[in-house]
Design a protein around this ligand. Structure first.
Ligand code: SAM
Length: 284
């Protein structure tokens, strides 16, 4: 019978956040696959757990997943732990979990600390609907594509960022979303110098002109204001003459009345406004 893959959440700073089930699981498995074995050794030593460890990280995640699947097929149980937090969230645990599912191997998760959830809940930003982007992609084209998608994102946006890239990312976000967009910068979560600083993108950039970014960051950004987005959409028609705008719909076979309704909706005006404006244009 196949073994089970346990995705075991570990603390993101404060060792007190390890759960009883996480410890029990780490004590019971045959092998622990760790993203950073030095970190995990420290954790295991602290809790006096002696278990065989193997490294499973970004640079061996595909090949090593196959090796680990071999162990699971022989009936061994494996715990996967990431550098910190919940495995599979912006770390190689995702690849291993997916491969196990493909192979029909049981995967279970031992929940615990997760940086994005910790940051979101303490930010005071709307948490009913949110999107998590992880780290922005390093591929330039993909990076640009994701940033441009964020312009219309109405849900709270969560990003991970390393200190050496923070300023560049803040600049890009300011250029894409505007300087007045609210952002909470969370760092050192669950640690002694934990911070969650509510700013705007403009003030965040000024702040980091004076203060060097330190530690790992979770960025919580307010989503786009739907009313502002609608207004922007309406204003984008301002440069198109009304008759030309009408023609877009008339050429699709719509009646004049139907086209007027569409044009009114596009411009955020009433049909009567459009009717009057068209009359005025006709009468010169
Ligand atoms: N799997 C992890 C989780 O549960 O969130 C995340 C792994 S990802 C490779 C590491 C990123 O998580 C860091 O670059 C940072 O953005 C965020 N992070 C982890 N621990 C943190 C902490 N104590 N404070 C702030 N951000 C943290």
């Amino acid at each position: 019978m196949n073994g089970t893959l346990y995705l075991v959440a570990t603390p993101i700073g404060n060792l007190g956040d390890i759960s009883a089930r996480a410890l029990e699981t780490l004590r019971s498995v045959d092998l622990i696959a760790a993203e950073d074995t030095r970190n995990t050794v420290r954790l295991l030593n602290h809790f006096e757990i002696r278990k065989p460890l193997t490294s499973y990280h970004e640079y061996n995640k595909y090949d090593k997943a196959e090796v680990l699947i071999g162990h699971l097929r022989r009936g061994e149980n494996i715990a996967c732990v990431s550098d910190a937090g919940t495995p599979a969230i912006s770390d190689p645990g995702e690849v291993l979990a997916a491969r196990c599912i493909e192979e029909g191997i049981r995967v279970t998760s031992i929940p615990g600390a997760c940086a994005l959830i910790t940051a979101l809940t303490m930010s005071g930003m709307p948490a009913r609907r949110f999107c998590f982007e992880g780290f922005l992609p390093s591929d330039k084209k993909e990076h640009k594509r994701i940033l441009s998608q964020l312009v219309r994102e109405e849900r709270t946006i969560i990003l991970y960022e390393a200190p050496h890239r923070l300023k560049t990312t803040l600049e890009e976000l300011r250029d894409t979303l505007g300087g007045s967009r609210r952002i909470t910068l969370c760092r050192e979560l669950t640690k002694r110098y934990e911070e969650a600083i509510p700013l705007t993108l403009d003030s965040a950039l000024s702040y980091y002109e004076e203060n060097e970014p330190r530690g790992e960051y979770v960025l919580i950004l307010a989503g786009a204001d739907p009313a502002a987005l609608a207004e922007q959409d309406h204003r984008s028609w301002d440069t198109v003459p009304l008759e030309e705008h009408m023609e877009i719909y008339l050429s699709k076979g719509m009646t004049r009345k139907e086209a007027m309704k569409k044009v009114a909706a596009d411009r955020g005006l009433s049909r009567r406004d459009i009717y009057r404006a068209l009359l005025q244009e006709e009468n010169g």
